[in-house]
Design a protein around this ligand. Structure first.
Ligand SMILES: [Zn+2]
Length: 228
């Protein structure tokens, strides 16, 4: 299975893929389309495979460096989502972080065990995309003490980023799985495309989140917006 990723695809493999594609589409596809599709799929599988291989290597190196080590290459910080230039990130059992976020973990400002799991915290972007809560709203709620954030500071004391742990805001913020957007199929140019729509278009938001206090403070304009 893995070997074929590094080979050119044979005609037989492309023909096999063509059959699968035709079955799925319910119509004949050209050899050119099948060749293109098969190579794209093989390319994608190779990327995933390489990523998994890298992950295994990193975990192996961690055994000799249990506290973590500087990583090579350019990555995205798990916490602040900044893109890190080479040799600036830190890798340990909680994943890849920039040095500023790593220091916040070392100082126990943010718990590593929580940030590893995206379902355990909201970023500012999450609050905005899922509840329409912008930075002014966040500031106001924080000031009123109804929303608790953990602030990560730069060396000069300015704010680097802030996160909102669900465990700090248990009655206020719902589990993230309740407010995930949905993929909706749509037919365009004879093809099926998918686009994502926010969670509140599929439910009565006030009923859906009645156990969470955030609903006492935000407003939705649902009915005309809502899709049945
Ligand atoms: Zn960071």
């Amino acid at each position: 299975m893995i070997q074929f990723l590094y080979m050119r695809l044979s005609e037989e493999q492309i023909l096999d893929f063509k059959k699968i594609l035709e079955k799925e589409k319910g119509k004949e596809v050209s050899m050119a389309e099948a060749t293109d599709g098969a190579h794209r799929l093989a390319g994608l599988a190779e990327i995933i495979y390489k990523g998994a291989q890298e992950d295994i290597k990193r975990k192996q190196k961690l055994k000799d460096n249990p506290k973590g080590y500087t990583i090579e290459g350019s990555y995205t910080c798990r916490v602040c989502k900044d893109i890190l230039p080479e040799h600036i990130g830190w890798y340990d059992k909680w994943g890849i972080k920039c040095m500023t976020c790593q220091n916040a973990i070392n100082k126990k400002i943010i718990p590593g065990s929580q940030i590893t799991d995206d379902d355990k915290w909201y970023s500012k972007w999450d609050l905005e995309s899922r509840f329409g809560l912008n930075r002014h709203g966040v500031k106001k709620f924080k000031k009123e003490g109804i929303l608790i954030s953990r602030e990560i500071l730069n060396d000069n004391g300015s704010k680097h980023c802030e996160i909102f742990l669900i465990k700090d805001n248990k009655d206020f913020l719902p589990p993230k799985k309740l407010v995930e957007s949905h993929l909706v199929p749509e037919k365009r140019d004879g093809k099926i495309w998918h686009h994502s729509e926010p969670w509140y278009r599929f439910v009565d938001p006030y009923e859906h989140l009645k156990d969470y206090k955030i609903m006492n403070y935000i407003e939705f304009v649902p009915s005309k917006d809502k899709k049945k």
